[in-house]
Design a protein around this ligand. Structure first.
Ligand SMILES: [Zn+2]
Length: 288
């Protein structure tokens, strides 16, 4: 695959949906905040407003020290647009909202592979709903190389649980999103990881069962937002002595199938392809 062509593939989605960023920009941005190199196959671009916020927040010589990446599956821009009162707490608890196009097909393993490698599907190799262990470099490899301690907390056998294996990462696999969230809080309280990825698949599973805007799905969306807010308070309390980041990082959106009345995703349509990534940065409160 020609690299320039692959890079243009990311840009093409941005142009189609009129957005300035790709979800593949997440990894170069995170590496930039940490002052680390980007993964070898990354074609995303570091997001300037987030890096500027990092400089402002951490100081010119300062860098990110602790990060919690919260990954609510399938929460797309259309929900943010249609339920502003539900998202108010998320907006109030983050400084930057980065509206981004994801990659095709817009299914979980393909999208999270791009988010955490910076590479488009043609390069990272997952181009359909399958969950092989990724062979391209990821942000996890770069952080491990730099001596950072990384934990991934996810539901048993979900995409995030499977495709980033075989790295210098501690993998915590739980039976449900509820248990994953509770375990994430346990890790914050009882361990000293530098990066924690916490996957929340509850909105996505309700979308598939009962529809993208069913009462159950919307309640799961609200729960995920509440979880983000709870994590914000918790990391301020526990990681207060560190320059820190909390993100809300969904993989893709979703839409209802009119024939089945159930929700789904995977298509090259706005509802599936456009998401918001939220960043919350805080400066260390004291020297440690
Ligand atoms: Zn997904």
């Amino acid at each position: 695959m020609d690299l320039e062509e692959a890079r243009l593939g990311l840009t093409r989605h941005q142009q189609t949906y009129g957005v300035d960023y790709s979800t593949a920009d997440f990894t170069p941005t995170l590496c930039g905040l940490w002052g680390l190199r980007t993964p070898a196959q990354s074609l995303g671009r570091a997001i300037a407003p987030v890096l500027e916020l990092g400089h402002h927040c951490f100081g010119a010589a300062g860098q990110l020290e602790k990060a919690l990446i919260f990954c609510p599956d399938a929460i797309g821009d259309v929900l943010w647009e249609d339920y502003p009162e539900d998202f108010a707490a998320l907006t109030a608890n983050s400084e930057v909202r980065i509206k981004s196009s994801t990659v095709m097909p817009s299914v979980t393993p393909v999208c999270f592979a791009s988010i955490f490698s910076g590479a488009p599907p043609e390069i990272h190799g997952i181009q359909a709903y399958s969950k092989p262990v990724l062979t391209v470099e990821t942000v996890f490899d770069v952080l491990a190389e730099a001596g950072k301690q990384v934990a991934i907390v996810a539901s048993n056998n979900c995409s995030i649980d499977k495709i980033f294996r075989d790295r210098k990462v501690d993998y915590f696999s739980l039976r449900s999103s509820d248990k994953s969230f509770e375990f994430t809080k346990l890790l914050l309280h009882n361990s000293d990881y530098d990066l924690i990825v916490s996957y929340d698949g509850s909105y996505d599973s309700n979308l598939h069962k009962t529809g993208a805007r069913s009462d159950e799905a919307l309640q799961a969306m609200r729960n995920s937002i509440a979880r983000f807010v709870e994590l914000a308070g918790l990391i301020d309390a526990i990681w207060g002595g560190y320059n820190r980041l909390l993100t809300f990082t969904p993989d893709h959106g979703g839409h209802d199938n009119e024939e089945t009345g159930r929700g789904g995703h995977g298509a090259d349509v706005y509802d599936d392809m456009v998401v918001n990534h939220f960043y919350r940065l805080r400066q260390a409160q004291k020297k440690h």
